[in-house]
Every structure is written in structure tokens, then in C-alpha cells.
Design a protein around this ligand. Structure first.
Ligand SMILES: NC(=O)c1ccc[n+]([C@@H]2O[C@H](COP(=O)([O-])OP(=O)(O)OC[C@H]3O[C@@H](n4cnc5c(N)ncnc54)[C@H](O)[C@@H]3O)[C@@H](O)[C@H]2O)c1
Length: 260
């Protein structure tokens, strides 16, 4: 067990699986009291049981981040259990049904915006009120390389662009209150769900991997480690920033050119 988050409480939304789960597990290993939150209650309870089995401190609070009443309940339950809120990781997101603008149904656009962008807004809103009472805090928003380059997925891209803008603005707005707000833009991360998607589409993983200068895809832990740095006091002078965790994707493309 480490101590980089000792004495802090942290909410991780969408932490029943994937990057959120890896983040919740890592935060607990570093001494945080972790609120595992998700719409998937059995999955979330399993994460809590795994954390507790390793001697960590965690509770589960079910919440749909697109619903204000759920998010308010989440903030209240956190304050009731831990007495304060120090860290919020806005990780919950959806992308299923998204694609080309000519084919994405309007309901899918609305749902993706409701979870990814409004959900981030709602969680920030209730968390910031608590963090002001606690004398400060750190918010980590999960964005994506899709917010930085034209890649794929219409609504998802727009929602993550909104997350980037909100991150910058809230960082500036609440810097005097000791609240830091940063984002992480992961490249392709092999979560349980992405492994299942690639299994359904033979050849896709190889094609995607070829885009990455490192010639490999990321693991949930790669993103969780960046979230840990941003959540901890080690990043105390870092706010309004955006960190790519993308195997070099945003840096550019290798191009062999020989002038000799
Ligand atoms: N995996 C990647 O390749 C990748 C790349 C870039 C960015 N990201 C971002 O990282 C974050 C995590 O991605 P992931 O791949 O681990 O996701 P995932 O789909 O594996 O898991 C998302 C979790 O969020 C939960 N969730 C969905 N809707 C919710 C809601 N309304 N309220 C609360 N919880 C809800 C799901 O039940 C699930 O447990 C997301 O913000 C995603 O956009 C992921």
C-alpha cells in the first residue's frame, strides 16, 4: 500500500469496469477512501469487494451521472461517509451507436451529450460546492484524443471537446479556491469492453495499433497512473492542463525520408 492519496476521499464515476475500475483500485492502493459509482451496481459492488479484500477503503454509490438528483445523492453519500470530498474523476461515458453524422440517430447524440458532457457538468457542480467547503480539491476529467484530432465518432468527439473547454474554464474560475481541474486524453485503451469489441471485428486491432508510434495500445493502468498524479498533491501547481496518454499518437506520424 502506498500513501500518495492518504487522507483523501475520491469519487470515480463509471468505475465498475475499464479505466474507472483501474483508477478506483489504484487510488485505494494509495490510501484514498474511494467512492465507486456507476449505473452497473453488481459490477461496482465487485470492484468495492476487490478493493476491500486488498485492505483498501471503498463504498459503492449507484448514480446515473446524467441525472441531477442521482449526482446530488452521490455527493451527499460521499460527504456522509468521508466527511469531505477531495478528488472527483469524471470517467463515466458512452459511445455506443455513434458514428458518421449522416447516420447517427438524434437520440444517440442526445444520450452521449447527456452522459459525457452534462454528466461531467453535473458532477463538477455538486463536487465543487463540497470542495469549496473542504478548502480545495482536484477534478480529473476523462476526455479523449478524439477531442484533439478528427478521428471518428461524431457525438462522442463533440462531447469530449466540450469536456476540454469546461476543464479549462473551471480551472480558471476556481483556481483561487484551491480547486484544480485537469483532463486526460487517452488514445486507444484495451479495457474489458474494447477487447470484446475488437474480438467481434477481426483485423481491427492490428489496423488501429498501426496508427500508434509505439506500435501498441494502452492499458487501463496507464491512464489510472496519470489520474493518480493529477489527483495527488504532486501536481499541486498543475491546473487547466490536458495530458495525452496515447503512445505518441498526437505527436505525429513516423515518415521515413532519407536526404543522403
Ligand atoms: N477505452 C478507450 O480506448 C478510451 C479512449 C479515450 C477516452 N476514453 C474515456 O475514458 C473513460 C473510460 O473509458 P472506458 O473505455 O473505461 O469505458 P467503459 O465503457 O469500459 O466503462 C464505462 C463505465 O461507465 C459506466 N456508465 C455508463 N453510463 C453511465 C452513466 N450514465 N452514469 C454512470 N456510469 C455510467 C458504465 O456502466 C461503465 O462501467 C471514458 O470517459 C472514455 O470516453 C476511453
Amino acid at each position: 500500500m502506498g500513501s500518495r492519496l492518504k487522507g483523501k476521499s475520491a469519487i470515480v464515476t463509471g468505475s465498475a469496469t475499464g479505466i474507472g475500475k483501474a483508477t478506483a483500485v489504484l487510488f485505494a492502493k494509495e490510501g484514498a477512501g474511494v467512492v465507486v459509482s456507476d449505473v452497473d451496481e453488481p459490477g461496482g459492488q465487485q470492484v468495492v469487494a476487490a478493493i476491500q479484500a486488498e485492505g483498501g477503503d471503498a463504498i459503492f454509490v449507484g448514480a446515473d451521472v446524467s441525472q441531477a438528483a442521482d449526482v446530488e445523492r452521490l455527493a451527499e453519500a460521499t460527504a456522509r461517509t468521508y466527511g469531505r470530498l477531495n478528488v472527483l474523476v469524471n470517467n463515466a461515458a458512452v459511445y455506443r451507436g455513434d458514428g458518421n453524422i449522416l447516420s447517427v440517430p438524434d437520440e444517440i447524440w442526445d444520450r452521449i451529450m447527456a452522459v459525457n458532457l452534462k454528466g461531467t457538468y453535473l458532477c463538477c457542480k455538486f463536487a465543487i460546492a463540497r470542495m469549496i467547503q473542504s478548502g480545495g480539491g482536484s477534478i480529473v476529467n476523462l476526455s479523449s484524443v478524439n477531442a484533439l484530432m478528427g478521428l471518428s465518432l461524431t457525438a462522442y468527439t463533440a462531447s469530449k471537446g466540450g469536456v476540454q473547454a469546461l476543464t479549462r474554464f473551471l480551472a480558471v474560475e476556481f483556481a483561487p479556491k484551491g480547486i484544480r481541474v485537469n483532463s486526460i486524453c487517452p488514445g486507444t485503451i484495451m479495457t474489458e469492453n474494447s477487447i470484446a469489441i475488437y474480438r467481434e471485428r477481426p483485423g481491427l486491432e492490428e489496423r488501429v495499433t498501426k496508427m500508434y508510434p509505439m506500435e501498441k495500445l494502452g492499458a487501463p493502468r496507464d491512464v489510472a497512473e496519470c489520474a493518480l498524479f493529477l489527483a495527488s498533491d504532486e501536481s499541486s501547481f498543475v491546473t487547466g492542463a490536458s495530458f495525452v496518454v496515447d503512445g505518441g499518437l498526437m505527436a505525429g506520424r513516423r515518415f521515413e525520408l532519407d536526404y543522403t
